[in-house]
Design a protein around this ligand. Structure first.
Ligand SMILES: [Zn+2]
Length: 287
């Protein structure tokens, strides 16, 4: 499943390729699962919109859409300005969640439509933006004034971080995966962050000390930034916005390493299940 760093990488890849392009028309497949908004709402919201930008919000890819035609000539830009005077530039958002196996593909229209293609947006540049998802856990939706819940882990201030986790009775691992607190921290990066911070995943969030909380906050940001720099890591196979395989896989120090010696102290790494998810930790380095 693509986690935050992969989604960030994909969103950046999409932003550099389709920002400024105009969605001319939209085709949607007949499978209902990928559509979180109604098909007619998605089509009406996307068609004839200019892509003002693409960004990551938590684990969502958000396309910011503007009204109007592409401003290809000074004349049309002028008339567009007149027609939409006083209207906010960004009017809607197209939100894509990749789920387990979803991906976005930018290609020429003559490229064969792959099996499991659920949406095709035809762009004014002559290219197509396709959403492909074999397992159909991915979701497409549209919004007007999209606001995600939870704090952005890469931007969260320490004060807010402390406030979010202090007093919670759940294991810290579960709290890290709770998208209402922090958005976009998944299983792999939760384990890696807890290892770096020296905190056992089963500890109650409320038991974390004034020294441990800042250490954990810093560890989360460090791990995510490293993974983004490395181009995202993934345990399942998926491709980036240009359909090129092979993100560099950031070495997981703890995730998936059950029974292996800890890289710091050589103690065998343990695995426990917390809230249905595998959690890995070093019994000596993590308290
Ligand atoms: Zn260790």
């Amino acid at each position: 499943m693509p986690e935050l760093p992969e989604v960030e990488t994909i969103a950046r890849g999409l932003a550099s390729r389709v920002t400024g392009d105009v969605i001319e028309s939209v085709w949607l497949g007949s499978k209902p699962e990928p559509l979180k908004s109604t098909a007619s709402d998605i089509v009406a919201t996307l068609e004839s919109k200019r892509i003002a930008g693409v960004r990551r919000v938590g684990k969502h890819i958000v396309f910011d859409l503007e009204n109007g035609e592409r401003a290809s000539s000074p004349v049309s830009r002028k008339s567009r300005k007149k027609a939409h005077a006083g209207m906010p530039a960004t009017t809607a958002q197209w939100i894509v969640h990749l789920g387990m196996t979803g991906r976005m593909l930018i290609c020429k229209p003559d490229q064969a439509i792959e099996k499991h293609t659920h949406a095709v947006a035809r762009l004014a540049s002559g290219r197509e933006l396709r959403f492909i998802d074999p397992r159909r856990f991915g979701r497409l939706s549209v919004a007007h004034g999209f606001q995600a819940q939870g704090a952005e882990p890469l931007e969260v201030e320490l004060d807010l971080f402390v406030k979010l986790f202090r007093g919670r009775k759940t294991p810290i691992k579960s709290a890290l995966l709770n998208q209402k607190l922090l958005r976009g921290v998944g299983n792999i990066y939760a384990d890696e962050s807890l290892f770096r911070a020296g905190i056992r995943p089963r500890r109650r969030a409320a038991s974390l000390t004034r020294k441990e909380l800042p250490r954990l906050c810093a560890a989360i940001q460090e791990v995510l930034r490293e993974a983004i720099t490395a181009g995202g890591s993934s345990v399942s196979d998926y491709v980036d916005a240009d359909s090129e395989e092979g993100f560099f896989q950031l070495q997981h120090l703890i995730y998936g390493q059950e029974g292996e010696p800890c890289l710091v102290c050589k103690t065998p790494i343990k695995r426990v299940v917390i809230a249905g998810r595998s959690s890995h930790y070093c019994p000596k380095c993590q308290k």
